[in-house]
Design a protein around this ligand. Structure first.
Ligand code: NAD
Ligand code: DAU
Length: 343
């Protein structure tokens, strides 16, 4: 397959490309990434160095913007792309609260540009990587299914919902063969240290206070990144055009329990936990019913939360240089401002 992956230098995109390279060494993979603060080309540098596999597959990196019509068209043409998986996005909820504009621009307009280019160039399959956050929030009971109405609460989730609706319009209006995946909270290697698990890991190692929002009872359904990547692969290969598929990890946890577990694994005291001002519009609980993906695609998460968390901690311990290197000035500026306001 000749596949365009966007956002492949981010957390999930990196893991996806590494997994696809192993699983399908005959595929030609083009990775289009703008290299924002969250994108790191070094993640996949070994693939650039030995781009061609023994099975004839290839890997190449293209530095560019999913919002650029000419650039995307040229890539699709040059590589005769058959399928697109769109991971590229502004992905952090807190940043979207600070400044929604880049979220609308990349997540909605960027996705629309990719859809339009895909349509014009006869791309055979398009996968839009979306999120459970488009459904909004749950009370103590129930789970999100694919028929749950979209009710996003943050500028981030509203922008992702906007893209999902655009995908729907391209399927209905132009007959584009596109599917949507909606997954819960990922964790694992290469996650940028603004998200809960790597941020708390970093703070704990430095014996700094761990900032838990509100009462710490907000619940997330955690999934190891490899399980999400397998879900995206299944949607790419077997998904029904026009269908959205939920993926979850069967690991619902209140944030405070997760943070305590992490501290215990790192042998650090719970006294490092500091409750700070809540995130505005903070969704209370997410939980996924992934029965449709299970029945139609054969999806099941394979990695338990305790296995995945141990593996993740080991990766961050072994990759301290990676953690240092991704903390740019822009990263530090945002963190200082955001957490300064939460005290
Ligand atoms: P990330 O922030 O780690 O990576 C995003 C990548 O997109 C970066 O490499 C960045 O450089 C690139 N990018 C941003 N704007 C771009 C543009 N205009 N053009 C080209 N590239 C651009 O994000 P992630 O956590 O890996 O998430 C990937 C996708 O999965 C996103 O669409 C996100 O909404 C979705 N998702 C994430 C999670 C999660 O828990 N992290 C869960 C469900 C869905
Ligand atoms: O559910 C899928 C979504 O998961 C993805 O679509 C998003 O791209 C991804 O960023 C993630 O969003 P969350 O907002 O759920 O993830 P985050 O790691 O930012 O926060 C997880 C929970 O931890 C949330 O309830 C807020 C809380 N939190 C987070 C941070 C960064 C804290 O209590 N303190 C913190 O410092």
């Amino acid at each position: 397959m000749r596949l365009l992956v966007t956002g492949g230098c981010g957390f999930i995109g990196t893991n996806f490309i590494l997994m696809m390279r192993e699983a399908h060494p005959d595929w030609n993979i083009v990775n289009l990434d703008l290299l924002t603060y969250a994108g790191n080309r070094l993640n996949l540098l070994p693939l650039e160095a030995s781009s061609r596999t023994a099975s004839g597959g290839d890997y190449s990196f293209a530095h560019g913007d999913i919002r650029d019509p000419e650039f995307v068209s040229a890539l699709l043409e040059e590589h005769r792309i058959e399928a697109v998986v769109n991971f590229a996005a502004e992905s952090h909820v807190d940043r979207s609260i600070n400044d929604p504009a880049p979220f609308v621009s990349t997540n909605v307009q960027g996705a629309q540009n990719l859809l339009e280019r895909a349509r014009r160039h006869g791309v055979e399959r398009f996968v839009q990587v979306s999120t459970d956050e488009v459904y909004g929030t749950l009370g103590p009971e129930g789970r999100f299914s694919e028929s749950t109405p979209l009710a996003p609460n943050s500028p981030y989730s509203a922008s992702k919902a906007g893209a999902d609706l655009m995908v729907r319009a391209y399927v209905e209006t132009y007959g584009l063969d596109a599917v949507i995946t909606r997954c819960s909270n990922n964790y694992g290697p290469y996650q940028f240290p603004e998200k809960l698990i790597p941020l708390m890991f970093l703070k704990a190692l430095r014996d700094e206070p761990l900032p838990v929002y509100g009462d710490g009872r907000n619940v997330r359904d955690w999934i190891f990144v490899d399980d999400h990547c397998r879900g995206v692969e299944l949607a790419l290969l077997k998904g029904r055009a026009g269908q959205a598929y939920n993926f979850g990890g069967n690991a619902e946890l209140p944030n405070i329990e997760l943070v305590k577990t992490l501290l215990d694994l790192l042998d650090k005291p719970h006294s490092l936990i500091t409750f700070v001002k809540d995130r505005p519009g903070h969704d209370r609980r997410y939980a996924m019913d992934y029965g449709l993906a299970s029945r139609e695609l054969g999806f099941e998460p394979r990695v338990s939360f305790s296995q995945g968390l141990t593996q993740t901690i080991e990766w961050y311990r072994d990759n301290a240089a990676w953690l240092d290197q991704v903390q740019s000035g822009a990263y530090r500026d945002f963190m200082d401002q955001w957490y300064g306001e939460r005290k």
